[in-house]
Design a protein around this ligand. Structure first.
Ligand code: ADP
Length: 622
């Protein structure tokens, strides 16, 4: 019978596995043990809701055995098992999690990257095995099947005669080569140390026959080999262990194993809370977003356990949306095991835990901000948008909790600062000035920024499209109002200067009227705010120019128009030139050109580029 073929992605990945130069080959065992543990979890979970299944938790176990003669390593579990169809779909295609990730990377990663990056699961066994045999019997089924593969050329499935439900995986270990000692995976000691290293926290016993040389009974110098079945793992989940005894490395291994991340987390938050509600939580702030973080498939949530037993893979209720990047586990003896999703959502205990978790995350981020600024800035570059979203989401109900986590770039140092730092730097000011644009460079070069720089006033540069919405939600910070310097709200001139410019504008009223008839602005006026620049565009009213850009770029029908003001530098040669023009048509042409310039500087589109370029050429040719 012809062999069945693997799916294309699986083949590619398997090829990488088989020919891998990845040195950390021992992780295959972690993957297989974790699959076995998942399979037992599934059966145990089922038994909780199905009275016809009578299994004691203590009956569950994972077995390991080594056959040195046949060069095999066998992993057995009494979990839920697989039907013929399941063998086919689960093992004929690469690990779902792995393959999605594999498909979504378009960079040409080397094999080390891929193996390290994604939990590639079952297939990793091909790093050490020349042949894999999986015999499985699904719980409740009478039939068992055997899946065999020697690698890339496909697999066979045949009927088998396994008595008990569960799965037995037999690996024929590769012969050692000059480069790699594969046969070490046939050593009891090696296997037991790999289990200790990666799978110690697995909550079911991992048992293996271990042989020790011991003194013979009633003898002082005669030894014999004694073989006994031993439990290799501690079984106490890491989150329940004494904090002082856990090394960073243990946390990192647990994290990368459980959440398929090749990079260590930026922050580990481990809490053992006793009180009205008791719970342990082990939370991680990743160093980078998950591969699917920006897709609609991404689901927030924490793994939920009741006394060490998994009750939910992703409990969304435990995290507010703005902390959706947090990974981790929560374990509470106060939660009932037989709880349905719907009931859980209403559960008081769960709500209390969620609240407490949120407070802990916020506190940890605040501490990081004040004590470990470098890492905090790293965090903010990756997840700052989440904090901003948290501030303005839900009409700002959470803004006070989150505002001190915000960072903006200072116009003076070009470094990130907090709002408190801005206020401390500028005690005498009653406003917090900000300016928005697409990039730091663009904002820094805006005409309106010039006079503030001249007066040595610090501005917050906002380059994220949500920034303006965030500041508008906050309204003020420590009673200091956020003020956009590109709006008419912001004016640094003295009363005298104000009076002077008012007079100048009044005298030019007719000229501006003529100019305004040619362009679509709310107002044209002279300004004393500019130095070298001739013109700038500001706005008045609720919609600013930056908001117009952002909202009009969104894929909705909503279009808005900022009320624009064309401001002309009264001290520029151009102002004098304008005032000397008598011909109305000439004034209108100037208005069109100047307005187009001001729009260009702001990064706004020009509706009539041919007309404008012709006008410019005509003027140049004069
Ligand atoms: P992943 O565990 O990331 O889904 P794997 O390639 O390791 O990917 O496994 C693929 C699937 O095969 C698992 O999701 C599970 O459904 C099934 N499977 C693997 N090992 C076992 C096992 N020991 N018992 C039952 N099902 C298993």
């Amino acid at each position: 019978m012809a062999k069945k073929q693997f799916k294309a992605e699986s083949k590619k990945l398997m090829d990488l596995m088989i020919n891998s130069i990845y040195t950390n080959k021992e992780i295959f065992l972690r993957e297989l043990i974790s699959n076995a543990s998942d399979a037992i979890d599934k059966l145990y979970y089922k038994s909780l809701t199905d009275d016809s299944i009578k299994i004691n938790k203590s009956d569950f176990k994972i077995g390991l055995s080594i056959d040195k003669n046949n060069k095999t390593l066998t992993i057995t579990d009494n979990g839920i098992g697989m039907t013929k169809d399941e063998l086919e779909t689960n093992l004929g295609t690469i690990a779902k999690s792995g393959s999605e990730a594999f498909k979504s990377t378009n960079k040409k990663a080397d094999d080390i990257d891929i193996i390290g990056q994604f939990g590639v699961g079952f297939y990793s066994a091909f790093m050490v095995a020349s042949k894999i045999e999986v015999i499985s019997k699904a719980y409740g089924s009478d039939e068992s099947y055997k899946w065999t593969s020697t690698g890339i050329d496909g697999y066979d499935i045949a009927k088998s005669s396994k008595e008990d439900y569960g799965t037995t995986i037999t690996l024929t270990i590769k012969d050692s080569t000059d480069d790699y000692d594969y046969e070490e995976f046939l050593s009891e000691h090696k296997i037991s140390s790999i289990i200790k290293k990666y799978s110690d926290y697995i909550t079911y016993p991992i048992m293996m026959n271990m042989t020790h040389r011991e003194l013979k009974e009633n003898s002082e110098n005669e030894y014999e080999d004694v073989t006994r079945e031993e439990t290799l793992n501690d079984m106490i989940p890491i989150w329940k262990r004494t904090k002082s005894k856990i090394k960073d490395e243990d946390y990192n291994t647990f994290y990368s194993d459980k959440f398929f991340d090749y990079e260590s987390p930026l922050k580990v938050i481990h809490n053992q809370t006793e009180g009205v509600v008791s719970y342990n939580s082990l939370l991680f702030i990743p160093s980078h977003p998950a591969y699917d973080f920006y897709t609609k498939n991404y689901e927030k949530g924490l793994q939920l356990y009741s006394n060490g037993v998994l009750i939910m893979e992703k409990c969304a209720e435990l995290l507010p949306d703005y902390y959706n990047f947090v990974k981790g586990v929560v374990d509470s003896p106060d939660l009932s095991l037989n709880i349905s999703r719907e009931i859980l959502q209403q559960d008081k205990t769960l709500k209390t835990i969620a609240k407490s978790i949120e407070t802990k995350i916020t506190k940890e981020l605040m501490d990081m901000r004040s004590q470990d600024r470098e890492n905090y800035e790293k965090f903010f570059k990756v997840f700052g948008a989440n904090i901003k979203f948290g501030v303005y989401d839900n009409f700002g109900v959470n803004k006070d909790k989150l505002k001190d986590l915000l960072l903006f770039t200072s116009s003076k140092t070009k470094k990130l600062i907090t709002l408190q730092e801005y206020v401390d730097n500028n005690k005498e000011q009653d406003k917090i000035y900000y300016c928005c644009g697409e990039s730091l460079d663009k904002v820094d070069n805006l005409p309106v920024v010039e006079s503030y720089k001249d007066k040595d006033i610090e501005i917050l540069y906002c380059t994220d499209y949500v920034d303006e919405f965030v500041l508008q939600t906050l309204i003020n910070y420590n009673d200091k109002k956020f003020t956009n310097i590109a709006t008419s709200e912001s004016d640094l001139s003295t009363d005298e200067e104000k009076e002077q410019i008012k007079k100048h504008n009044e005298s030019a009223e007719n000229m501006f009227k003529t100019m305004q008839s040619a362009i679509d602005v709310k107002e044209i006026r002279f300004t004393n705010k500019l130095k070298k620049h001739a013109v700038c565009l500001t706005s008045k009213g609720n919609v600013t120019i930056e908001m117009e850009k952002v909202i009009n770029a969104m894929p909705t029908d909503e279009q808005v128009n900022a009320e624009k003001i064309l401001e002309i530098n009264e001290n520029h040669e151009l102002a004098k030139k304008l005032e000397s023009i008598k011909d109305e048509e000439e004034l209108k042409r100037y208005a069109k050109i100047l307005y187009a310039q001001a729009r260009l500087i702001e990064g706004l589109p020009i509706d009539n580029p041919t007309e404008i370029t012709n006008l410019i050429c005509e003027e140049l040719a004069k």
